[in-house]
Design a protein around this ligand. Structure first.
Ligand SMILES: [Zn+2]
Length: 348
């Protein structure tokens, strides 16, 4: 039997952590981000099934109306071209966190890895309650733990493709009981498999801390807990530094989304890449360099180059040079894009 410990489990099998190279830790190659209520034939007002093209991609991306087509990425050839662009720009690996409720496509991920040579790691588990499959309502923590552990050890979503990380596990503000049940199972799965745990926190500034405290109280490993989407959640040093002091990993994963208008929560002003880098510098200067991850969280068509967006290549082509111009050293960039991902994706 192959021992998975000390290795990274990609969709094509186990690999050496050094084989990853620069890694995007939070992306979606294939996804259906439409709320279940928007997936039927009858659409609510303000929701259109008009296809996204270069004439409406700004509106679709900005959130000027809901374009269901924008929230679905499923064309293999389009995604393959974007993954190849990423590889040309210097990327080596992608973590796809499309979990239950978001339309995971394990076999397409495996095909993508085989055809492009890019290492792909897939997530296990379930997204926020609104999206969760009906089955999670009746499942116990033990049953959910068994399901998620199976996704890592045997294969996920009816296939033999194995996940290599847990998450993104979805939470909201306020955090629902069903989501807490899934999180409890995710912590148990972490203990059983040695995988890292990625969390999509709710949008209240205190929610990442609430998750960190919950995981810590149940004996989860804080140095293997990744809190996603901090760029849309925390806007003050006290809240950010308190969270960093737990040892959890802080992920700024909306790089390339440069509109201040954030349609999922219009009450906040989304930072641009320059401000994201400013926050990364503050964390690094306080000694948290090894707790930082960056990614794009591509989850809509409008963020792909084919539809006028930045694509998976953006961080390597544009963000890294900007970080270097703003005082990061190449060694620091490598810690964020190479060493920390390799450490987290290694099964312990
Ligand atoms: Zn995501």
């Amino acid at each position: 039997m192959t021992d998975r410990h000390g290795k990274v489990q990609t969709v094509t099998g186990l690999c050496d952590p050094a084989a990853l190279g620069p890694t995007l830790m939070h992306e979606h190659l294939f996804i259906d981000l439409n709320p279940p209520a928007f997936r039927g034939d009858v659409l609510p007002e303000g929701v259109t099934d008009e296809e996204v093209d270069l004439c409406n991609c700004f509106r679709a991306r900005y959130g000027q109306g809901h374009y269901t087509d924008n929230y679905r990425i499923e064309d293999f050839a389009v995604v393959r071209a974007e993954v190849e662009e990423m590889a040309r720009a210097g990327g080596g690996a992608i973590v796809d966190l499309t979990v239950g409720g978001l339309g995971p496509r394990p076999l397409l991920l495996r095909q993508m890895a085989e055809e492009t040579g890019v290492q792909i790691v897939m997530g296990a588990g379930h997204y926020v309650e609104e999206y969760q499959l009906a089955e999670t309502a009746a499942m116990s923590v033990a049953e959910l733990t068994g399901q998620m552990t199976g996704q890592l050890l045997d294969g996920a979503w009816g296939t033999d493709v194995k996940a290599g990380i847990i998450g993104e596990i979805g939470c909201q503000s306020p955090w629902t009981d069903r989501e807490k049940k899934v999180m409890e199972a995710a912590v148990e799965t972490q203990k059983a498999t040695g995988a890292a745990l990625n969390v999509h926190p709710g949008r209240a500034a205190t929610q990442p801390q609430e998750v960190a405290d919950f995981v810590q109280a149940r004996g989860g490993r804080m140095d293997r807990l990744i809190l996603s989407h901090i760029d849309r959640t925390i806007f003050d040093e006290d809240t950010l530094f308190r969270l960093a002091d737990t040892g959890a990993i802080i992920e700024y994963d909306l790089f390339g989304w440069e509109s201040s208008y954030y349609w999922p929560n219009p009450d906040i002003d989304l930072p641009n890449d320059a401000l994201r880098i400013h926050w990364l510098r503050k964390l690094a200067d306080r000694g948290h360099l090894d707790q930082i991850l960056i990614s794009h969280d591509v989850c809509t068509k409008g963020r792909l180059e084919r539809f006028g967006g930045h694509g998976f290549q953006h961080i390597f082509a544009n963000t890294v040079p900007l970080m270097l111009r703003r005082g990061f050293t190449q060694a620091e960039v490598d810690r964020i894009l190479v060493e920390t991902p390799a450490r987290l994706l290694t099964l312990v």
